[in-house]
Design a protein around this ligand. Structure first.
Ligand code: PRP
Length: 172
């Protein structure tokens, strides 16, 4: 039987999201900021995060998928949906639910820089370190873990559990 081990409560998520939003609001005061949520996993985190920002901000979405089987990334990323907004001279923050190998984010950073963004930073709900394959820097992090398959608050297992308001380590 599957086991759900609590990782982050609703209260812990709310506190961390608010803290990160405050840091972003300070760091990007008087700049031209676009937050880009990466579908699908980031949709809940992004929607909570932007409601705590105290600066003007534009929002867009990208969707990427990595080729490969099961739970491991193949290292190749396919662009499913690009940004719609003009990025030239804009400061961009990529908003992700989780950074695992870092392959997706390395691709996204390169792609957004070559699309004309003035700067590109990364904000993630979860920084999972054990399987990192790239040197990607996660600038804003709500929570770090070494390992574990996490679900809830946008994170899925076979597309289920995104709706859970807390984050759990799923043991199958
Ligand atoms: C997850 C997550 C990141 C990526 C991170 O997306 O949202 O985009 O994997 O993994 P990486 O660091 O190993 O590249 P997923 O492919 O599960 O799609 P989803 O967002 O639709 O759940």
């Amino acid at each position: 039987m599957s086991e759900f081990i609590p990782v982050l409560t609703k209260e812990e998520i709310a506190t961390r999201v608010k803290d990160v939003a405050q840091s972003i609001s300070t760091d990007y005061k008087d700049r031209d900021l676009i937050l880009i949520g990466i579908l699908k996993g980031a949709f809940i985190f992004l929607s909570d995060l932007i409601r705590h920002l105290s600066i003007p901000v534009k929002v867009d979405f990208m969707c990427v998928s990595s080729y490969g089987s099961g739970t491991s990334s193949s290292g190749r990323v396919k662009l499913v949906k690009d940004v719609d907004l003009e990025l030239k001279n804009m400061d961009v923050i990529i908003v992700e639910d989780i950074v695992d190998t870092g392959v997706t984010l390395s691709y996204l950073v390169d792609h957004l820089k070559s699309s004309g963004a003035a700067s590109v930073r990364i904000c993630a709900l979860i920084d999972k370190k054990e399987r990192r394959k790239t040197t990607v820097v996660v600038d804003y992090v709500c929570h770090s873990v070494q390992k574990g398959f996490l679900v809830g608050y946008g994170l899925d297992y076979a597309e289920f559990y995104r709706n859970l308001p807390e984050v759990y380590h799923l043991k199958l």
